[in-house]
Ligand binder design. Structure first.
Ligand SMILES: [Zn+2]
Length: 303
């Protein structure tokens, strides 16, 4: 076991524009710091105040020349926004507006659910989340938002599907896309039949930008734009196999106990690139693949 599972490190630049800093939290998630003439922009705030503070230490070195600190939440999943309390609220380490999609407000409509989830996470991993205080983003926008940093423009645009509030960020001056969790390795996670077509449309939207640099929250920094195409191909193949299975009688809503990978003849090992071993992947992706199969079968029933 790793002694410091949440160690926050600055990833060596591997060829992307040096104004983007990649901040890695253990093997869990990457966040980004975009340094423009006017702003230092945190793209996500990591998982708790300790990791957010480590990210802030890296960002602070860039707060020169009158630059202001801004934060963005790509979406309100715990691994992307549980560091928010450093930037808004009573234990603020460095105040900054926190931008997020207006759709994120829906995710805070039942605060007791968020508290319940936090309580479960604290119980599951004592110590790790004890200091987290769930802190909502403070500036919500509909549709697109452009942040004019002077030399770089951050275009925040909706990319729902993984979650309804998801936004990705495109920086046109350097053709860079920060994909968040709209795309990931080996495939992005979809939770419902309704989310599936949204996620696929979001993948198409990001690929249509023809970015030359793509950085993801859950993929190696060397994945490149090719991963967008691989994610698109995953869902296309999933659809093909689900259609074939339906043609031979597979139900739209298979029973809970049903082996859906066998049902549509699409085992996880075939769904991922050959250089990734299915049994070495976090269980999250096996569950994710099965959920995606069920979502696709249900979606085909209605489309
Ligand atoms: Zn995530």
């Amino acid at each position: 076991m790793n002694d410091q599972p949440d160690a926050v490190t600055l990833v060596d630049n591997q060829g992307w524009d040096p104004r983007i800093l990649v901040v890695r939290c253990g093997d869990l998630v990457d966040a980004f710091i975009v340094v423009s003439e006017r702003y230092v922009v945190l793209v996500d705030t990591l998982i708790n105040p300790q990791t957010a503070a480590a990210m802030l230490r890296i960002a602070r070195e860039q707060l020169t020349g009158g630059r202001q600190l801004l934060a963005i939440n790509t979406h309100a999943d715990w691994d992307h926004f549980w560091g928010n309390q450093l930037f808004a609220g009573p234990d603020v380490a460095h105040p900054a507006p926190i931008f997020a999609s207006r759709r994120s407000a829906d995710r805070f409509r039942a605060p007791e659910e968020g508290q319940q989830f936090l309580a479960e996470m604290r119980e599951h991993e004592p110590g790790r989340f004890d200091d987290v205080r769930i802190t909502r983003p403070t500036v919500l926008f509909d549709g697109r938002l452009l942040i004019d940093g002077g030399d770089l423009t951050l275009e925040l645009f909706p990319t729902p599907g993984h979650q309804p509030d998801h936004v990705a960020i495109f920086i046109p001056e350097i053709g860079a896309l920060l994909a968040g969790d709209a795309a990931e390795s080996p495939f992005p996670l979809v939770h419902t039949a309704d989310g599936l077509p949204l996620l696929r449309a979001s993948l198409a939207r990001t690929a249509a930008l023809k970015p030359n640099t793509v950085l993801y929250c859950h993929a190696p920094v060397t994945s490149g734009p090719e991963l967008l195409q691989a994610n698109i191909a995953y869902f296309d193949e999933l659809e093909r196999r689900c259609r074939a299975a339906r043609a031979s009688g597979a139900a739209a809503r298979p029973a809970e106990a049903e082996d859906v990978e066998a049902l549509i003849a699409f085992p996880l090992a075939e769904a991922i690139p050959t250089d990734i071993k299915a049994d070495e992947l976090p269980d999250l992706y096996r569950r994710g693949h099965r959920t995606a199969i069920r979502a696709m079968l249900e979606w085909l029933e209605h489309s």
